[in-house]
Every structure is written in structure tokens, then in C-alpha cells.
Design a protein around this ligand. Structure first.
Ligand SMILES: Cc1cc2nc3c(=O)[nH]c(=O)nc-3n(C[C@H](O)[C@H](O)[C@H](O)COP(=O)(O)OP(=O)(O)OC[C@H]3O[C@@H](n4cnc5c(N)ncnc54)[C@H](O)[C@@H]3O)c2cc1C
Ligand SMILES: *[C@@H]1O[C@H](CO)[C@@H](O)[C@H](O)[C@H]1NC(C)=O
Ligand SMILES: *[C@@H]1O[C@H](CO)[C@@H](O)[C@H](O)[C@H]1NC(C)=O
Ligand SMILES: *[C@@H]1O[C@H](CO)[C@@H](O)[C@H](O)[C@H]1NC(C)=O
Ligand SMILES: *[C@@H]1O[C@H](CO)[C@@H](O)[C@H](O)[C@H]1NC(C)=O
Ligand SMILES: *[C@@H]1O[C@H](CO)[C@@H](O)[C@H](O)[C@H]1NC(C)=O
Ligand SMILES: *[C@@H]1O[C@H](CO)[C@@H](O)[C@H](O)[C@H]1NC(C)=O
Ligand SMILES: *[C@@H]1O[C@H](CO)[C@@H](O)[C@H](O)[C@H]1NC(C)=O
Ligand SMILES: *[C@@H]1O[C@H](CO)[C@@H](O)[C@H](O)[C@H]1NC(C)=O
Length: 645
């Protein structure tokens, strides 16, 4: 069923239409005859000179006079063959009134902390603050905590009003066309993992891209200069799906750390790092071709020779901006073994019978952090990956903030292609350097797996959170020379984040250079800061943005977090941040998330989406829009309007 001939269309505006795509669901398309008598879902026609931008300043919202009537929505549902769902947050079951349902509420309470629950719900994103805490799960009444239901409200309009459960190209096309023609805000949810609020919007029409899970292994594939193994992948395949295909076909693919992420959804479109990134590059670097529904509603193919701008932009230029990706062809590698070393050190007492950790004084602890990072270029040059946390007890929000802190450092060093003996020998100089400053660890026996799939196999599931984030892609030059000012400045910035700020520090350390990215990956919109980068630092502030924190408190909490992230920026002038794990309010996000690619991306955005059909906070061109009625918070529950000029 591959290479079906597309029902050829006479309307060829912006894109070249080619006669091949990946899967049978991509053969079910909206035809020109379908829209002849239904102008609501007619295709878009940008005029070559002046694009037909809506003259209305704002997108419409439920309750507006021009909001489609129930009959119109019903007609739309018929066009979709019944794939329309009314947006309804699951926590509504916990509020008194007509939606109250004790059993359902208990179920929601039990499961809402899991990404497995979030991904199966059509409406909700992974966090609550992103919707302005529109219908949060009310806190369980707790003695001593004077929380009443008055602190919680369930506003259904803070969520997408309608959801198209997309299983075919036709569903995606009809949703885009209706949203564009009716001036309705359009949002795309895949798994709902996004930290920034790019996957939700109040009063929107949502396309739910969670059902396109087809996979096909291609043992021998040629695309331009690439000859090798490949796979056709549906845009809804998640990490755990790809792991099972890796086992089945005895292959390796670049996958995220999180087990439930949509790999060719937001992950790869925003960059996408994982265990193999120093060896095989980013998620975006794997893409050989793409199938995309664009803002005019047309279904197009993009590869290094076809619709080159679109192909360039989607690989790293961010999801929800240039089109809706329905499938891709991506690189595949032979199965490779992997070894992983893990050790910890900490201040304060060691509890339980924890092994492989030692307790050291504060001063030695921070010296140890320097020693660890001084080995990072060597680890990445061997195509390995560092992964670590520096935790602080108590964290920022705990009572007794002023008592002295204890810290612990946990890390894993993953070495693809190494057997256990090689890995142990490779780690030895790092352990020796730690021993030399009084961190008396023994070189741990690495965990060895015959394949990456075996290494990461586990029941899928990630936690959800309601935190705000900070990100910085520190360049290689920050870690190259442990005597340099930039190395020391980096260490000072990390230390103050944890020690003074009281936040947990996390980094994943990798080097997806252009050379590693190869063809066609090296020529894409991936943030240039990734190419120069080695240390991807993230910091979180969880628990400060829920319904119990007033907008003013949330603003203050974020301001404090940002002051500490600012020290990372000052320590790495000109570097960037990773859009998928960053602060929604990243200052100068255009430079941070996109670097010197931003201007070209904006030109492409204006060309392929002159209507502004696709909006996501911090996406290319998003600074021309604002969500109103959010009390100064960067949340998504309000009405989307153009910024006044
Ligand atoms: C637990 C956890 C672990 C993580 N681990 C990693 C990691 O190891 N490495 C890493 O790089 N990142 C990681 N991330 C960040 C992750 O890359 C982002 O959250 C990413 O946005 C998730 O994409 P998604 O499609 O699954 O999620 P969604 O929230 O559904 O979508 C994210 C964005 O992409 C858009 N989008 C989704 N599908 C499509 C599509 N088909 N076409 C166009 N736009 C689309 C959405 O509109 C939204 O803007 C992690 C996140 C979490 C929560
Ligand atoms: C559109 O409507 C006209 C008039 O009712 C009808 O003659 C025609 O067959 C319809 N076309 C399609 C494709 O349904
Ligand atoms: C759309 O139609 C299906 C099938 O008839 C139905 O189950 C669903 O509730 C409808 N959706 C809406 C929003 O009415
Ligand atoms: C708890 O809240 C209620 C309602 O807001 C208020 O009347 C009461 O005084 C509060 N009790 C305490 C101990 O603060
Ligand atoms: C899997 O692939 C690797 C690398 O090509 C090969 O060495 C190994 O024998 C294969 N395993 C099986 C079970 O086919
Ligand atoms: C201590 O180790 C034993 C054996 O490995 C394990 O069963 C037990 O759960 C551990 N106890 C704690 C407190 O970690
Ligand atoms: C924290 O402790 C220091 C030293 O004991 C003290 O000087 C300072 O006032 C304390 N700060 C707060 C906010 O309690
Ligand atoms: C580490 O080992 C050295 C040499 O054996 C010893 O002098 C030192 O006290 C030890 N340090 C700690 C923190 O145990
Ligand atoms: C709960 O709401 C009341 C009334 O708005 C407010 O005074 C109180 O501070 C809120 N409680 C919390 C913990 O936010």
C-alpha cells in the first residue's frame, strides 16, 4: 500500500505536490469535490501579492456572535465521520454541579500525575498553569490547610472547545480549513508533554494527533545522498513504540529519554535529544522526508529536493508553526551495545543501605562537580552522554528554608558501542580525579546491554508536573578548559542556582555537531546553539504555580527563578536555550531558541501561513500575537489577538 497515487489536484499554489506518501491513512484526503458545497472547509488561497490575512484583530471565542452554532458543529462532525469531541477537562468531575461524578473524580485524582493518563485525554495538557489553572484538580481537604473550593474554579472555556480525533489526513485538513475560514484558534496536541503551553488554548479547535501510529521498517532506502536503513514513522509513535520496533527489527533509532513522548511530534520538530545524540545526532537530524498538512489545508511532501523551505524549517524550527506533520521517513542504524556507569556523591548522612555513594564536605562536593564536568568533552568526544541531577534538601519551597542545605549528585554516563570492560576503563580517569580530591568512590561496574532497546526497555510512563523551567545550552568552550574563566563562571552559575536558589539542577550533556548530523541533518533549522553545545542545563521550580498561588505570587516566583537562570545566560554569552525544555518567558526567545535561523524561519512562516493559522507561544512569529485576559501570566486560556501595531 505504499506509494499510492494521490488524487491529483489542479490547485497548486505554494507547494509542489508529489505522488508518494507513507501510509494508507494518508490516502484518505479532503477532495475539492468535498468542499464545493461546504465553504466552511474550503482550502485556503493566498493571493500571490497580498496574503488574505484576516482583518479581525482577534480569533473568535465561545459565546461570540460568529462562533459556529451547535448545528454547524454537528455538520462539521458529519464531515469528519464522527471524529469531533467536545472539549471537557477530566477534573470537572470533581466540582459540585451537573458534572460532579465521585467515582470519575477519584479515578482522575489517582491517575492525573501520569503521562499515560494525559496522553489518552483529548483535552488536557500535561500541566495546569498553562491553562491558567482553569479547572485544576481540587486539593484534597487537609487539616491545617484552609483551602476551600473557593480557591478552585472550573472554567471549561480555558480548554479547547472542540477536539478532532485525527485518524486520517482528511480530518487534519478539515480542521485546519474550518479554523482558518472561521477565524478560530487552532491548537495541536499529540501526547501533551509540552512544558511551555504550546499544545493548548482556551476556546480553540484542537487537532489531537495521537492515533497515527503506523510503522514500517525499510532495510534499504535511498534519499539523495543517504543510502541505508530507514523507517516510515507515523507522527503519533511514542518512545515506547519505537523501542518495541527496535527490538523487533534488531535496529537502533534516536529516541527521547522520556518514554511516552511523540518522537516525530514536538520532540524532533523542536530538536530532540536522547541517549544517542553524541553518536547519531538529534531527533530532527534523523528526518529524510516529511508528510505535512499546511495552513492552506493541502497535504504535501517535503524532502531535500521538494518543498525545501518547509523541509528545512520543520526540522528544528518547532512544532505547531509550519504545518501538521503526519508521518516521516527517518534514519535507522544497526543494533549497537551500550554501557552505562552510574555513581553518586553527597553531603550529609547516607540513608538506608545506599551503595555507590559517599558523603563529603560541601567544599569537596562542589570541587567534585567541577571534576565531573571537566571530563565532559572527553565523554562526548567518545560519543557518550552525561546525565545528572544536583538536588538540594530542602528545596526552595520547603519550610525551614534558612537551615543549612544538603546536596546530592546523581549521574549516569552512557557510552554507546562500549562493552562493560571498555566503559569501566574509560571512566577510570574520572574516578581517579574524584578520589584525588577526597571523593572516595570505587569505579562502579557499568550496566551493559546488548542493544539500546534492551538498555531502555521498561514499562512506559512519565510523571507530569506543574512547574516552570529554565534552559541553557552551554557551548563546548564552557567546559573545554577547567582552568578557564568560562568554565569557572559556568560552575559558579550552577552552584548558586542550587546552593542559593534552592532549585534542583539537571543537565544532559551531548554534542550533536553538524558533522554528527550529516546529510541531510546538517542543513536544517535546528538551533545553532545545539551544534556548538555540550551541556544542556535545565532548572525547575515546581509547586509555585498552582491555583493556591495568586497571579502576583506566581509572577514573583517566576521572577526569582529567572534571576538564577540569568546567571547561566551571563556565563554563556551568545549561547541559546532548548525550546522544548525552556521557560515560556525566555527573554529574546527568537535568538535563544532559533539563533541566526530566526529571520529565515520568519520569512518561511509568513509565506506558508499568511493567515496565522498556527500559533504557539514562543513559536516563530508568535510575538505578533498575545493571549488576552491572563492577568500578566504567560498562560493560554484567554482570547488570542494580534498585537496592536
Ligand atoms: C517526562 C518528559 C521527558 C522529556 N524528555 C525529553 C528528552 O529526553 N529529550 C528531549 O529532547 N525532550 C524531552 N522532553 C521534552 C519534549 O521534547 C517536549 O515536551 C515535546 O514538546 C513533546 O512533544 P509531544 O508531541 O510529545 O508533545 P505535545 O505537548 O503534544 O506537543 C508539543 C508541541 O509540538 C506540537 N506538535 C505535536 N505534534 C505535532 C505534529 N504532528 N505536527 C506539528 N506540530 C506538532 C504541539 O502543537 C506542541 O506545540 C521531555 C518532556 C517530558 C514531559
Ligand atoms: C452541490 O450542490 C449542488 C446544488 O445543490 C448539487 O447539484 C451538486 O451535486 C452538489 N455537489 C456535490 C459535489 O455534492
Ligand atoms: C460526533 O459524532 C459522533 C458519532 O456520531 C458522536 O459520538 C460524538 O458525540 C459527536 N461529537 C459531538 C461534539 O457532538
Ligand atoms: C478558613 O476559611 C474560611 C472561609 O474562607 C474562613 O471563614 C475561616 O475563618 C478560615 N479559618 C482559618 C483558621 O483561617
Ligand atoms: C542484531 O544486529 C547486530 C548488529 O548488526 C548483530 O551483531 C546481531 O547478531 C543481531 N542480532 C540478532 C538476534 O539478529
Ligand atoms: C537494603 O538492601 C536490601 C538488599 O539489597 C534491600 O532488599 C532493601 O530494600 C534495602 N533497604 C533499603 C532501606 O534501601
Ligand atoms: C538566616 O540565618 C542567618 C544566619 O543564622 C541569619 O543571619 C539570617 O537572618 C537568617 N535569615 C532569615 C530569613 O531567617
Ligand atoms: C579517602 O581516602 C583517603 C586515602 O585512603 C583518606 O585519607 C581520606 O580520609 C578518605 N576521605 C574520606 C572522605 O573518606
Ligand atoms: C483561598 O482563597 C481565599 C479567598 O480568595 C484567599 O483569601 C486565600 O488566600 C486562598 N488560599 C490560598 C492558600 O491561596
Amino acid at each position: 500500500m505504499k506509494f499510492l497515487v494521490q488524487s491529483f489536484s489542479v490547485f497548486v499554489f505554494v507547494f509542489r505536490i508529489v505522488l508518494a506518501y507513507n501510509f494508507p491513512y494518508e490516502d484518505i484526503q479532503l477532495k475539492d469535490t468535498d468542499v464545493i458545497n461546504n465553504t466552511d472547509i474550503a482550502f485556503g488561497k493566498p493571493s500571490p501579492s497580498r496574503p488574505s490575512v484576516s482583518t479581525k484583530r482577534c480569533k473568535i471565542f465561545p459565546g461570540d456572535a460568529d462562533w459556529p452554532s451547535p448545528k454547524k458543529w454537528n455538520d462539521f462532525n458529519l464531515t469528519l465521520g464522527g471524529a469531533l469531541i467536545k472539549g471537557f477537562p477530566p477534573a470537572a468531575a470533581c466540582y459540585p454541579g451537573p458534572n460532579y461524578d465521585e467515582a470519575r473524580c477519584a479515578y482522575v485524582r489517582k491517575n492525573s500525575g501520569s503521562s499515560l493518563f494525559v496522553m489518552e485525554d483529548p483535552t488536557i495538557p500535561g500541566g495546569q498553569w498553562q491553562t491558567g489553572n482553569s479547572c485544576p484538580l481540587p486539593a484534597v481537604p487537609t487539616p491545617g490547610l484552609n483551602l476551600t473550593l473557593a480557591n478552585y474554579t472550573c472554567n471549561l472555556n480555558g480548554f479547547p472547545s472542540y477536539v478532532v480525533r485525527a485518524t486520517t489526513i482528511k480530518h487534519v485538513q478539515a480542521a485546519i480549513n474550518l479554523a482558518r475560514n472561521k477565524n478560530i484558534r487552532l491548537v495541536i496536541k499529540n501526547t501533551g508533554h509540552d512544558f511551555l503551553g504550546r499544545n493548548t488554548g482556551g476556546g480553540s479547535l484542537q487537532v489531537w494527533m495521537h492515533q497515527m501510529k503506523q510503522f514500517e521498517y525499510l532495510p534499504s532506502f535511498t534519499m539523495g545522498k543517504y543510502h541505508g536503513q530507514a523507517a516510515r514513522v507515523g507522527a503519533s509513535l511514542q518512545t515506547f513504540d519505537l523501542i518495541s520496533y527496535m527490538e523487533k527489527y534488531n535496529i537502533t533509532m534516536v529516541i527521547p529519554g522520556g518514554s511516552t513522548i511523540a518522537v516525530y511530534g514536538g520532540y524532533a520538530q523542536g530538536g530532540g535529544h536522547g541517549l544517542l545524540t553524541s553518536r547519531f545526532g538529534l531527533g530532527a537530524d534523523q528526518i529524510l522526508s516529511l508528510e505535512v498538512v499546511t495552513a492552506d489545508g493541502r497535504f504535501v511532501h517535503a524532502d531535500p529536493d521538494t518543498n525545501q523551505d518547509l523541509f528545512w524549517a520543520i526540522r528544528g524550527g518547532g512544532g505547531s508553526t509550519f504545518g501538521i506533520v503526519t508521518s516521516a521517513v527517518v534514519k535507522v542504524y544497526p543494533a549497537i551495545p551500550v554501557s552505562q556507569s552510574s555513581f553518586n556523591f553527597q553531603t550529609g548522612p547516607i540513608f538506608g543501605n545506599a551503595t555507590n555513594t559517599v558523603s563529603v564536605p560541601d567544599k569537596t562536593f562542589w570541587e567534585g562537580i567541577k571534576v565531573y564536568f571537566s571530563h565532559m568533552t572527553r565523554i562526548c568526544d567518545a560519543k557518550g552522554i552525561g546525565w545528572n541531577y544536583i538536588n538540594t534538601i530542602p528545596p526552595i519551597n520547603a519550610p525551614g528554608l534558612n537551615r543549612s542545605r544538603t546536596f546530592n549528585f546523581v549521574n549516569q554516563i552512557t557510552l554507546p558501542g562500549f562493552n562493560a570492560g571498555e566503559a569501566k576503563e574509560f571512566i577510570a580517569p574520572l574516578i581517579r580525579d574524584l578520589n584525588a580530591i577526597g571523593i572516595n568512590l570505587t569505579n562502579p561496574q557499568p550496566k551493559f546491554s546488548i542493544s539500546v532497546a534492551r538498555h531502555v526497555s521498561r514499562p512506559p510512563g512519565d510523571g507530569t508536573g506543574n512547574g516552570r523551567y529554565g534552559s541553557r545550552l552551554f557551548p563546548r568552550s564552557s567546559l573545554e578548559d577547567p582552568e578557564s574563566d568560562s568554565f569557572l563562571a559556568t560552575m559558579v552559575a550552577i552552584r548558586s542556582f542550587v546552593e542559593e536558589g534552592g532549585y534542583a539542577f539537571h543537565s544532559v550533556d551531548f554534542t550533536p555537531t553538524k558533522e554528527i548530523a550529516g546529510y541531510p541533518g546538517s542543513n536544517s533549522a535546528v538551533n545553532p546553539a545545539f551544534r556548538e553545545g555540550i551541556l544542556h542545563a535545565t532548572g525547575f521550580d515546581t509547586g509555585s504555580y498552582g491555583p493556591d498561588a495568586s497571579p502576583a505570587q506566581q509572577i514573583a516566583n517566576h521572577k526569582r527563578l529567572n534571576e538564577y537562570i540569568e546567571k547561566w545566560r551571563e556565563a554563556s554569552p551568545g549561547a541559546g536555550a532548548y525550546m522544548n525544555e525552556a521557560d515560556t518567558e525566555e527573554p529574546d526567545f527568537q535568538q535563544s531558541f532559533y539563533g541566526y535561523n530566526y529571520d529565515r524561519l520568519l520569512r518561511i512562516k509568513r509565506k506558508v501561513d499568511p493567515w496565522g493559522v498556527f500559533y504557539a507561544v514562543t513559536a516563530v512569529g508568535s510575538d505578533e500575537w498575545i493571549v488576552e485576559g491572563t492577568q500578566g501570566l504567560p498562560t493560554q486560556q484567554g482570547r488570542l489577538c494580534r498585537v496592536d501595531e
